[in-house]
Design a binder for this molecule. Structure first.
Ligand code: SF4
Length: 283
């Protein structure tokens, strides 16, 4: 159950919504590099507002290899027309880490890294969706056979950049970032790591619904003990909430911690090299 209010989060009123519904929607080009499509799926799962409300009223998703109805030459030609018609106005959303070896990924026969660099030069801003795009993610972990990098390494330094990390990111954080640009015409305020403060200012721990148990030193020692049944803090089971900056708990989602699994810090840099989806029990 979420107690999130997207109007409050991005500081707009219902009147502003009514007015902008008749305005031009924000053009978005969404390019997928080395990804699992989980971020796109997260985008489709937003409740506040829903993806349908978002794409019908506020943003115009002009290109996505997966979500666009058209494909092949037709969609590639449409992408080129958006580049020309909305120069400096479109948002470039990048999902997945970017391989520097072209034998791993081409888009329409073209190098994905060249395509991203080209598209970024005339974008209003680049929004990196997910931990792969933001930090390099799983393709860049370990021996990194594809020589993958994060988006910051790939685009020119003067291109405005926002990172929305998470594996996947919170759906409302993806959409809220787009909507802030749509309604205010500018990027949301960012922290030192280019993340929107609205969603990444606090650690998961700071707003965790289990924090009263942490403060009383009441911990679950295993996944099926009495403490776990009573909803005690998951710190001893390896919870990374104290060092993970994300809005899962402040948005009030029934995500990992509510399900009884420790936060794995999926929004943090190096998450895959630090254990990925495995929570390490504290000794
Ligand atoms: Fe903090 Fe994790 Fe315990 Fe929540 S479950 S209070 S995030 S240590």
């Amino acid at each position: 159950m979420t107690h999130y209010n997207w109007l409050e989060a991005i500081n707009i009123t219902e009147e502003m919504v009514m007015k902008t519904e008749t305005n031009r929607r924000l053009p978005v080009i969404w390019i997928s590099a080395l990804d699992c499509t989980g971020c796109k799926e997260a985008f489709t799962r937003s409740f506040e507002p829903t993806m349908l409300d978002t794409i019908l009223n506020f943003i115009s998703l002009e290109y996505s290899e997966l979500l666009s109805l058209a494909s092949g030459e037709q969609i590639e030609a449409h992408k080129e027309s958006i580049f020309a018609e909305y120069k400096g106005e479109y948002i470039l959303a990048i999902e997945g880490s970017i391989p520097r070896r072209d034998d791993f990924l081409l888009i329409a026969g073209k190098s994905v890294r060249e395509e991203i660099r080209r598209a970024s030069r005339n974008a209003k801003a680049v929004i990196a969706i997910g931990s792969c795009s933001a930090w390099g993610g799983i393709p860049a972990a370990g021996i990194n056979p594809t020589d993958s990098v994060d988006i910051k390494t790939m685009i020119p330094e003067d291109v405005p950049l926002v990172l929305v990390p998470g594996c996947p990111p919170i759906p409302e954080a993806i959409i809220g970032t787009f909507l802030h640009v749509h309604f205010h015409g500018v990027l949301p305020e960012l922290d030192k790591k280019n993340r929107p403060k609205i969603y990444y200012q606090k650690t998961v721990h700071m707003t965790c619904h289990r924090k009263p148990f942490f403060d009383q030193k009441l911990f679950a020692e295993s996944y099926d003990d009495e403490g776990a049944k009573k909803g005690y803090c998951l710190f001893k089971l390896g919870c990374k909430g104290p060092s993970a900056f994300n809005a899962c708990e402040s948005i009030g989602y029934d995500r990992c911690i509510a399900a009884g699994f420790p936060c794995i810090g999926c929004s943090e840099k190096g998450f895959w090299d630090k254990g990925g989806f495995v929570a390490r029990r504290k000794k």
